[in-house]
Design a protein around this ligand. Sequence first.
Ligand code: BTN
Length: 258
Amino acid sequence: MRGAARARSIAVADSLASAAVEPLLAGRFGRPYRYEQSCESTQLLLEGATEGAVAVCDEQTSGRGRLGRSWQAPSGTAILCSILVRPPAARRMPELSLVGGMAAADAVEQALGLTAQIKWPNDVMVNRRKVAGVLAEARNGAVTLGVGLNVNQTRDELPADPPSPAASLRTIDGVERDRAPILAVLLDRVEARYDAWCGAGLDAIYDFLGARDFLRGRRVAVDGLEGYAVGIDRQGRLEIDTDRGRRSFESGEVRYER
Ligand code: BTN
């Protein structure tokens, strides 16, 4: 099967093949645009690419999540993409997950007309469920920013027991969507948020982030330390008030009270 072939059909025209997506792209990101029907992981397709190069597929045989987890979505149901960036040396790499997360939140908000939140450091949440995740992998000064955005999965097609309960745009509002325009918005927003961050660091996006901080005020545990999340600081770390005082985390696995 070629290009736009899908494992099942949906009610709308839907393809992430070059012919469907490239005409919708207005900026630098998505050039070059590489589409594969199936691949191991889009994170592996951008070695040596120039900034703004994008790899997209309909199905991953070994999709990667954060902290060594896998990332799964039935063929043709989600946006699975990776974007290659080459950030200035002055910028802090851990902040890139937040930059990507905010761009994904922009795209989700535009598609749904609902406010999305960011669960530090990389999850996009709507109605307390995770609709998208970001994976930033650095190598030789380049960062591959992977975004998985759940679009048309039914409830049964979402992971059964993920660390955060999962949702797709479809399970939130019942609408099946063409993924191409959502991907085009996503790439446009990644470019805009990334450019702002390159120029001014996290300050460029800090207010947006604060207004969408999912964990703030929640009872959380990070790497075994429990407390209440204070928020994300100016360096992109999660601050927690614990019995032993305030602690900041650069990375880690956050569990939260639901
Ligand atoms: C997470 O929430 O753990 C991050 C998930 C990132 C998944 C995306 S899907 C496209 C890209 N290719 C991968 O193998 N992973 C990322």
